[in-house]
Design a protein around this ligand. Structure first.
Ligand code: 8ID
Ligand code: ZN
Length: 350
């Protein structure tokens, strides 16, 4: 009952609108599964892929998407621990070699042979998607497939970044880009982990969402602030700044401000990937404040399972809107303008 043809959103040429068209359904290889994707979140990474603005080439033509939740409909001959009918998620890390130095130490995202869903292999903006069985996310059947989709990249990524920040319960973390997909989930994970959050983004809709729905105790509008560094520090009880900063904005500027307002001994975690951007920090303050600046890249299989378990327990609730897969270009246009509060999820049946 698996069809031979299906609908998909295809990037035919970088920098051009995506095309809604019929394509072949692929067959899984020996170590792969075929997943009937029901819903997929739309991440800003998908827009970077369409724009081709990263120093890493995509395959072309490309089916984007890497936050796909659905049902396993076929499996390869070597796959024994996944059943037909199981619910599963396709993540950014589609597969890795499982043998290199990094894979052996559960740093699979650092594997040089990693296959990237919706970037170097076709992703989840189609009805049937292939993934390496070893890396699929296992989803309990009581989890709603639309709501969990954004967790598969945004959730896992911010959960890992918060762990990498070293912030401990009771401490304060600034979330920069708080109104977007990663940012909205970051506030929810931080809250569940016992952290307090300062949200930084722009606009009254995002302010309302961050402070009334997502649990941040302060919101700083970067477009209105006259002195962002001072305002962020002033938002902490003792004025010394947040213990950690998680940067999920898609702009270079905030990456050049964070080290200035982070607390002495604090950690700046870079997650957002603005095209062509460079980090900048004053050497003097970085040294005498003993600041740590680091990057964080998605999560390994265990981070993924942990992030999903937080969600299954019902402690992570982030706003999302569902539209048909055929409306993907509209989402990209809004995302380009920074006009999305939270996450869009596409329904692959429409
Ligand atoms: O593993 C990783 N490191 C990883 C995983 C997933 C995604 C990295 N990413 C990257 C994406 O490729 C993208 O570059 O994280 C970035 C954010 O992805 P997103 O959350 O999916 O993007 P979004 O929904 O468009 O949200 C971005 C937010 O940043 C705000 C915007 O207003 C928007 O709400 N923002 C911008 I643009 N400039 C800002 C600034 N100066 C800002 N917020 C605060 N200060
Ligand atoms: Zn993503």
């Amino acid at each position: 009952q698996i069809p031979k043809r299906q609908m998909a959103m295809v990037v035919e040429k970088t920098g051009q609108p995506v095309v809604f068209k019929e394509i072949d359904v692929q067959e899984p290889g020996p170590d792969e599964v075929l997943i009937n994707i029901k819903y997929s979140g739309v991440c800003h990474t998908d827009l970077h892929a369409v724009n081709g603005d990263w120093p890493l080439d995509t395959k072309l033509p490309l089916v984007g998407g890497h936050e796909g939740a659905g049902v396993v409909v076929a499996r390869g001959s070597n796959v024994t621990d996944v059943e037909i009918g199981d619910h599963a998620g396709v993540k950014w890390i589609n597969g890795t070699c499982l043998a290199c130095d990094f894979c052996q130490q559960s740093d699979e995202p650092l594997c040089s042979k990693a296959l990237l869903s919706g970037y170097t292999v076709d992703g989840t903006f189609q009805q049937y998607c292939i993934a390496k069985a070893a890396h699929i996310a296992r989803l309990h059947k009581d989890i709603a497939l639309d709501a969990v989709a954004p967790v598969l990249c945004a959730g896992i990524t911010v959960y890992k970044a918060l762990k990498e920040s070293g912030a401990r319960p009771g401490q304060t973390v600034a979330i920069v880009g708080a109104g977007g997909g990663l940012g909205s989930l970051a506030q929810q994970y931080a809250k569940a982990m016992g952290l307090r959050t300062i949200a930084i983004d722009t606009g009254d809709d995002k302010k309302k969402m961050c402070t009334e729905q997502l649990g941040s105790y302060a919101f700083i509008d970067f477009a209105k602030s006259q002195n962002l560094v001072k305002d962020v520090q002033a938002a902490t009880e003792d004025g010394l700044g947040p213990h950690a900063v998680v940067l999920v904005a898609v702009n270079e500027k905030p990456f050049q401000q964070a080290a200035e307002y982070v607390r002495p001994r604090g950690t700046v975690v870079c997650v957002g990937l603005p095209a062509g951007a460079y980090l900048r920090a004053p050497v003097f303050e970085t040294v005498i404040k003993m600041v740590t600046i680091k990057g964080s890249y998605v999560g390994n299989r265990k981070d993924s399972a942990e992030a999903l378990e937080f969600f299954r327990r019902g402690v992570i609730k982030a706003p999302f809107q569902v539209v048909g897969l055929s409306e993907l270009q509209m989402i990209y246009d809004k995302m380009q303008q920074g006009a999305i509060a939270g996450r869009y999820v596409v329904d692959t049946s429409k």
